[in-house]
Design a protein around this ligand. Structure first.
Ligand SMILES: *Cc1c(COP(=O)(O)O)cnc(C)c1O
Length: 217
């Protein structure tokens, strides 16, 4: 597949479900992709990318940002507290805010630097023990806590269990967002981004369908 094909599938799903054209932001997930594939997508004019590791991003993106203006980077992987400062300097948005300690660290650094990325709270919609995110039952309280710190909370993010129908999880995330007055919904990956758009996704995170299979070494 290719960038243009994914973009036209997004446009088609927006049209089919009555969403406004262009209301879904495509985050091209470039983690573990060879540099030439990332450069090719940048050459095509795409500027919004997702990475899941702070270290990999620090090694790769500062040089690319110098060559390509207007890049927007989204952190979609877990964030360790000791990497908060570095992540806040590298990323325009963080999708994996999932605990009070991290929220307090972000607030402290934002106060100090006067800069804070846009934030998404990760919700563990499947309540999977190995997965990050706040439990659905704890989401409202955590969202209130993040807001009380004055942080720029844009929305919610989820990664559904691999063996369940993702639409149910997308619908649950949309419901939690709606009752908390949050507009952003980061949900949907290569295999299910159309279903996520049908449930109101504002940000889809698509990797392998754009770049091909990731290279693990
Ligand atoms: C890797 C990753 C993606 C992209 O996955 P694909 O199946 O390659 O589209 C999306 N979201 C998160 C959180 C990821 O870690």
């Amino acid at each position: 597949m290719s960038l243009s094909e994914i973009k036209s599938r997004i446009a088609a799903e927006e049209a089919r479900t009555g969403r406004a054209p262009g209301s879904t932001t495509l985050i091209a997930v470039s983690k573990l992709q060879p540099l030439e594939r990332v450069e090719a997508v940048l050459e095509e004019g795409h500027r919004v990318f997702g990475e899941n590791r702070v270290q990999e991003t620090a090694g790769k993106w500062p040089a690319l940002r110098e060559r390509f203006a207007g890049v927007e980077l989204h952190l979609i992987g877990p964030l360790q507290s000791n990497k908060t400062r570095q992540a806040m300097a590298l990323f325009d948005a963080i999708h994996t805010l999932d605990r009070p300690k991290l929220a307090r660290a972000i607030a402290r650094i934002a106060d100090e630097t006067g800069h804070c990325p846009r934030l998404f709270v990760q919700v563990n919609t499947g309540e999977e023990p190995q997965k990050a995110g706040v439990a659905p039952a704890d989401a409202d309280a955590f969202i209130a806590e993040v807001r009380a710190l004055g942080l720029p909370l844009e929305g919610l993010m989820c990664i559904p269990p691999v063996d369940e129908e993702p639409s149910l999880h997308f619908a649950l995330l949309a419901k939690i967002a709606a009752r908390n007055g949050l507009a952003g919904l980061s949900m949907g990956m290569s295999g299910d981004f159309e279903r996520a758009i049908a449930q109101g996704a504002t940000h889809v995170r698509v990797g392998s369908a754009i770049f091909g299979e990731r290279v693990y070494d």
